[in-house]
Design a protein around this ligand. Structure first.
Ligand code: GLN
Length: 197
């Protein structure tokens, strides 16, 4: 059931449905968000993977960019995955593109190569897991610069892949595509919510 503590999932494009499935499995209230007017009704926001260039077009049409910036400025937690991280970044490379500038990183799009270079890697997130973590990378970006205020929570092949800056959490991989809800549970906790499973 949706309520004002529900996690909003940005649903203009991309794999928002898999985040909904994950929150459902965890027993967490969620709702899809498509319009700026809906931001008063959520306690946290997930920005899914997909195609950041397409999402940017929706941002311009729907006034979503300012709504997300305002939401984050009010201290509300935001969790970006893959394209969502590209949209949150301070600087986007390959090619440069507009972004919200809410996370002090530089990020290179499609940095592992093309679709065929997508992969499942074993990474480490020592603060969240005491074992290697399966991480799914799909035409994923690489974080090339991490600002001073940004904490690296997870790495794969030595590269930062899960980072946090205050209320912003960002994964360049897709935790919603695995059966492990640990990272979503961590985000839900940031919003002050609890998961019943
Ligand atoms: N390659 C996509 C982009 O640049 C991101 C891919 C993803 O979100 N899985 O926006």
């Amino acid at each position: 059931m949706a309520n004002s503590h529900s996690i909003g999932i940005l649903a203009v494009q991309g794999d928002f449905g898999m985040h909904a499935r994950m929150l459902e499995c965890l027993g967490v209230a969620w709702r899809l968000v498509k319009h700026a007017s809906e931001f008063g009704e959520i306690g946290g926001l997930i920005m899914p993977g997909g195609e950041s260039t397409t999402m940017l077009k929706f941002f311009a049409d729907e006034d979503l960019g300012p709504a997300i910036k305002d939401f984050a400025a009010r201290g509300k937690p935001v969790f970006g995955t893959c394209a969502g991280v590209i949209l949150l970044a301070q600087e986007v490379l390959n090619p440069p593109q507009q972004s919200l500038g809410l996370l002090d990183i530089s990020i290179e799009r499609n940095a592992y190569g093309r679709q065929i270079d997508s992969s499942v890697q074993q990474g480490e997130c020592p603060e969240l897991f005491d074992h290697p973590v399966e991480m799914v990378f799909i035409r994923a970006p690489i974080i090339r610069r991490v600002g001073n205020g940004v904490k690296v929570l997870g790495r794969a092949n030595g590269l930062p892949v899960l980072v946090e800056q205050g209320n912003i959490l960002a994964a360049t991989f897709h935790p919603e595509l695995t059966e492990d809800g640990t990272i979503h549970r961590y985000f839900v906790k940031k919003t002050g919510g609890t998961s019943s499973k």
